[in-house]
Design a protein around this ligand. Structure first.
Ligand SMILES: Cc1cc2nc3c(=O)[nH]c(=O)nc-3n(C[C@H](O)[C@H](O)[C@H](O)COP(=O)(O)OP(=O)(O)OC[C@H]3O[C@@H](n4cnc5c(N)ncnc54)[C@H](O)[C@@H]3O)c2cc1C
Length: 482
């Protein structure tokens, strides 16, 4: 171990295990000063939304305790980042700053700026990689260009050199003698606008992430391949906010999943683990795309979509945001989002399809609302998901795929349990009508206590004609959108 102090700048890697920057600093220096800098304005157009801020505050509170258990101290400072880190290095006597790389365009630019400022002041910077299985530049096509299609990207990943195993958490963190007074985690939540009480639904922090992973791999993974499409079942890991804040690393998850694949050979538990590894690769693909196409959070990957004639309809947007479109599966998803900061993947696709195809509203409006309300808001995944559904991204859904919210509801939420969980107004409606209450006979509606337009809205748009309209608009631009 060398002498002196190193700062570890923590950002979206709020964990002790498999944290390369933290472990390297702890191995190389006598004392380590972990710090988080709260400076949302420096994230540019994509500063953390309501749900992310709430999650962050809870996650930092948990990390504060975890670091304290190892003998260390987590400082939380207010930005601007470069000045805050420089002052922090001076106070603590640190000669080096360690961090793990970020990939969001504004944050990567901020990191480069901070690195220059620290280097100019004689502070050494050590940058590690800990948020992805492989760096975004690691995989390119035979011609050396980035991938545009998922399956070859994933296959290249599976053929590439094995991913390094996760590294253990440091066993001890020694604090420097002098530490400045900082913010408290709740000061970050205090800046949050109204939002759900996330602690009702989640356990933010590294130990919460570990428990969620443990229950996924012991109870859920076996049927993941089938159940992951059903929002009425506990069929997915619900790890996304933990992953977004780096409370558990993708390498740790890959190792757990691979252990199941290799132990169980051909049984279906192994198929579930393989399906999960595939989902981890969708995340990798989203980061690969964001890295090579940094304009995509605001603009379509397929440039010819720049001229798409999106509609403007603030009332329709508001109905969609508040879960009042009259399509129960869509409204259930939007209300789940408002209440919990999360939405099931299949339902994310359905609500995004209704917005961009049935209502022809801009996908960016949807992406911004998700950003504001998702606890797992992740610029790469969110951008990718929205562009995929809108048909303007990489490997996107073909333009003629327009999800039918009734058929999708009947297929994936057959008894209507998911809809009824989030739309109590429809509780007494028989399953046969729960995904299309407007079709129910008046007597059925009356005995369920529903008058459409009063307890629950009429559909905001007629799906059959909206579908034809979308096909006409997308189709007339076929030479543009192909
Ligand atoms: C319109 C739209 C917006 C989305 N916005 C986000 C977002 O902001 N943040 C986010 O993490 N995911 C986003 N997703 C992807 C996906 O819906 C969530 O990752 C998933 O629902 C999280 O639930 P889970 O952790 O139970 O997933 P699981 O099925 O258990 O998957 C495990 C992990 O794999 C990754 N993953 C799974 N599906 C995808 C996917 N389609 N794309 C990229 N990574 C994936 C996630 O990290 C997830 O936690 C979006 C999808 C759509 C269609």
């Amino acid at each position: 171990m060398g002498t002196g102090t190193a700062v570890v700048w923590l950002r979206n890697d709020l964990r002790l295990s498999d944290n390369p920057a933290l472990s390297a600093a702890a191995e190389s220096y006598d004392s380590v000063a972990p710090v988080f800098v709260w400076s949302p304005d420096e994230a540019g157009a994509w500063s953390p939304g309501t749900a992310s801020r709430s999650w962050l505050a809870l996650s930092l509170a948990s990390l504060f305790v975890d670091i304290g258990r190892l003998g260390g101290h987590l400082s939380i400072l207010a930005g601007p980042t470069a000045s805050a880190l420089l002052a922090f290095a001076r106070t603590t006597g640190a000669t080096a700053v360690y961090w793990n790389r970020r990939y969001e365009p504004a944050l990567a630019a901020l990191d480069a700026h901070v690195e220059r400022r620290l280097a100019a002041a004689g502070v050494r910077v050590h940058v590690f990689a800990g948020s992805l299985l492989r760096e975004p530049e690691a995989l390119t096509t035979g011609s050396g260009s980035p991938y545009q299609v998922f399956t070859p990207f994933m296959n290249a990943g599976l053929r590439a050199a094995p991913v390094d195993p996760p590294i253990a958490a440091p066993s001890l963190l020694v604090s420097p003698h002098a530490l400045p007074a900082g913010l408290r985690p709740q000061d970050i939540a205090g800046t949050s606008r109204s939002g759900p009480d996330l602690s009702i639904h989640w356990s933010p922090g590294e130990s919460g992430a570990a428990s969620a992973a443990a229950s996924f791999f012991s109870e859920i993974v076996g049927d993941y391949g089938e159940n992951r499409n059903h929002p009425d079942r506990l069929g997915t890991s619900r790890l996304s906010p933990h992953i977004a804040f780096g409370e558990i690393s993708p390498r740790t998850l890959l190792q757990r999943a691979n252990a199941i694949v290799s132990c169980n050979g051909s049984c279906h538990i192994s198929a579930g683990a393989e399906a999960f590894v595939r989902q981890l690769h969708w995340r990798e693909f989203a980061y690969h795309l964001l890295h090579y196409h940094p304009h995509t959070p605001e603009r379509p990957l397929r440039a010819r979509f720049d001229v798409f004639p999106w509609s403007r309809d603030p009332d329709a947007l508001e109905a969609w945001q508040s879960g009042m479109t009259g399509y129960p599966i869509v409204d259930a998803g939007m209300r789940e989002l408002l209440a919990t900061g999360w939405m099931h993947n299949r339902v994310r696709m359905l609500v995004a399809s209704l917005l961009t195809k049935d209502l022809l509203l801009p996908w960016v409006d949807g992406a911004r609302w998700f950003w504001e309300r998702l606890a797992d808001a992740d610029l790469a995944n969110n951008t990718f998901g929205w562009q995929w559904v809108a048909g303007c991204g990489a490997d996107a859904a073909p333009y003629f795929r327009i999800f039918n919210p009734v058929l999708q509801g009947e297929r994936f939420d057959t008894d209507g349990a998911y809809v009824k969980r989030w739309i109590p107004e429809l509780e007494a409606l028989p399953a046969a009508w729960v995904h299309r209450p407007w079709g129910a006979p008046s007597g059925v509606l009356a005995s369920a206590g529903i008058t459409l337009g009063r307890e629950y809205p009429q559909p905001i748009v007629d799906h059959a004609s909206a579908r034809l309209r979308a096909l006409a608009v997308y189709g007339s631009l076929r030479d543009i959108v192909k």
